[in-house]
Write a protein that binds this ligand. Structure first.
Ligand SMILES: Cc1ncc(COP(=O)(O)O)c(C=O)c1O
Length: 381
């Protein structure tokens, strides 16, 4: 039988773009050359003893970064949304009552996932840039008990940093389990999973961890593990079932899927760099560079969207001045200076710019360059 093979498409197919960029948006951010070099290490088999050893060390370092002793601490294959969905799919069973705190775009995404996995979702909604109070969570749980509560620690869409201490206490008093999204905080903003008592926390590699996008670290505490073990029905996502993933990452080493080897190497190198720097020093670096940015933006006469008390060091939202063309300024920053910053998302679209200073992007020279470029483009320097 003859088979016809379609012709090579006409193209053109130029090589990959190699334009130098300074990534100061909401992520991904700059990746240190050491981490890029790790991506080019020879690929190993996913059950090769040398790869298994890297997996073990990665888990140890992830426990350090999450500040936890949780056994089930792994990088899920997939971006932050995969980690989010692994958390929601694994802990929410059809008919479970779920309370989601929404003060930005990503809280809304959690609620949508919880609904799709059969949860009966109630929400607490705050305007974008504000944080949720523990008393609001207490009242909502009194009115309508829930078995799972979810909240975003660092809302990348608004630049607000959510205090967690009181909320963890309130959620536990109500007998519920707390899921925390730490996609834009882990590794750059103080967060101690065990000290706070968070039951499940997840993140993404492309933000304060300093890695390319593609993995979603997750840590699961004893109460969440117990809920997972007591499920009435299997998790309705095979790929994102945390109990199955643990059998590959745990001592059983049961094949689940082919781990993205090179990305795991990159994550391992990025975590080694975090350990070398030390978490507290890293948190302080993110804070110091953010403060430099905040004072520089204010010196340009710009207004920061979030009040200082709840401002997120890793991502800053600054209001776009009246009469300034949002898209034109961002396009010129990119074409004339090679600098990427983010536009507003959802409710804040067209109202703010989002400036990320995370991991290898969080450096004083980057702040100086951005302030200089922005000042010139706005005619304010
Ligand atoms: C707070 C937050 N949660 C979840 C996500 C989803 O992560 P990803 O885009 O890596 O899938 C993001 C991405 O920016 C985020 O900022």
């Amino acid at each position: 039988m003859t088979r016809t093979v379609s012709e090579v498409p006409a193209g053109p197919f130029p090589g990959l773009p190699m334009s130098p960029r300074l990534l100061l948006g909401p992520g991904p951010d700059m990746v240190h050359p050491r981490v890029m070099a790790a991506l080019s290490a020879p690929v190993l088999g996913h059950l090769d003893p040398e790869f298994l050893a890297v997996m073990d060390r990665t888990q140890q370092l992830l426990r350090y970064v999450f500040q936890t002793g949780n056994r089930l601490t792994i990088p899920v294959s997939g971006t932050g949304s995969a980690a989010m969905e692994a958390a929601v799919a694994s802990l929410v069973e059809p008919g479970d009552r779920v309370l989601v705190c929404i003060n930005g775009y990503f809280g809304g995404r959690i609620a949508e996932m919880a609904r799709r996995h059969g949860g009966e979702v109630a929400t607490i909604e705050r305007s974008w840039g504000e944080v949720v109070g523990a008393d609001e969570v207490r009242d909502a749980l009194r009115e309508r008990p829930a078995s799972v509560v979810a909240i975003v620690h660092a809302e990348t869409s608004t630049g607000a940093l959510q205090p967690l201490d009181e909320i963890v206490r309130v959620v536990h008093e109500a007998g519920a389990i707390l899921i925390v999204d730490a996609v834009t905080s882990l590794g750059g903003v103080p967060l101690s999973v065990d000290e706070l008592g968070i039951d499940l926390c997840y993140s993404g590699t492309q933000k304060c961890l300093g890695c390319p996008p593609g993995l979603g670290p997750v840590t699961v505490g004893p109460r969440a593990e117990e809920k997972l073990a007591r499920r009435r029905a299997p998790v309705d996502s095979w790929y994102l079932d945390l109990s199955l993933l643990q059998r590959y990452w745990g001592p059983e080493r049961t094949y689940h899927h082919t781990a993205p080897i090179s990305l795991n190497f990159a994550l391992y190198e990025a975590l080694r760099m975090i350990a070398e720097e030390g978490l507290e020093a890293r948190w302080a670096r993110h804070r110091a560079n953010a403060e430099l940015l905040w004072s520089g933006l204010e010196a340009l006469g710009l207004t920061l969207h979030v009040p200082a008390a709840h401002r997120l060091p890793s991502l800053t939202t600054v209001r776009i001045p009246e009469g300034v063309d949002d898209g034109a300024i961002r396009a010129r920053l990119l074409s004339e200076y090679g600098i990427e910053i983010g536009g507003g998302l959802g409710d804040l679209k067209g109202r703010v710019w989002r400036i990320g200073l995370m991991a290898h992007s969080s450096r004083p020279e980057n702040v100086t360059l951005l302030l200089g470029a922005l000042g010139r483009l706005l005619g304010r320097s």
